[in-house]
Design a protein around this ligand. Structure first.
Ligand code: ZN
Length: 183
């Protein structure tokens, strides 16, 4: 399948290119991207290039597709997932993968999986993690905005000093704590 994608080759180095996607394997899904909202995190990746923690070190030779807030249609389903997903149905996705401790995520780390393209290949780890979601909404952009909305909600939960696991809010005076003023 021919795709047209915006790919990152390094810091401040984006190219719009057309290339052939590999044939999907049994555990993968071919998808058509309809919407992809633009995120400031993508701008950070563009500015940092290889210094970004999710960016592969060989990105200059194997560029990644940018964009992680996307939704669209499922075009072809690999054999392993044919009981669960159907060709032609809409999808949404959860882009923060965390597969076996890896930081790899769509929009930062994958050659054939990301949002700023016409077609992409959804890899097996996304399927195994349950991060590909059935979507029954009317408009694609609402599904694209799922990830930024979750960031806003998460931001409110983390307005106080909390731990990263459960956002528990520890009240009261911290032993040995101090209050300073920068003026
Ligand atoms: Zn985002």
């Amino acid at each position: 399948m021919l795709t047209r994608a915006v790919r990152l080759y390094g810091a401040d180095d984006l190219k719009l290119e057309q290339f052939e996607l590999p044939e999907i394997k049994d555990g993968e899904i071919l998808a058509k991207v309809v919407t992809d909202s633009i995120c400031m995190s993508t701008y950070k990746l563009l500015k940092q290039g290889k210094a970004h923690k999710r960016c592969p070190q060989d990105v200059d030779a194997n560029p990644v597709i940018i964009g992680h807030e996307f939704a669209g249609d499922i075009v072809k389903v690999g054999r392993d997932w044919q009981g669960e997903f159907k060709e032609g149905e809409k999808f949404a996705q959860q882009p923060a993968l965390n597969y076996k401790g890896s930081l790899a995520s769509p929009g930062y780390s994958y050659r054939f999986y990301g949002g700023d393209c016409t077609y992409c290949v959804i890899p097996h780890e996304v399927m195994e993690l349950g991060c590909l979601l059935h979507y029954g909404g009317e408009s694609y952009f609402q599904a694209s905005l799922g990830e930024p909305m979750s960031c806003i909600i998460g931001g409110y939960h983390a307005n106080y000093h909390t731990n990263k696991q459960d956002y528990r809010h520890d009240m009261g005076v911290k032993p040995g704590g101090s209050v300073g003023c920068s003026m």
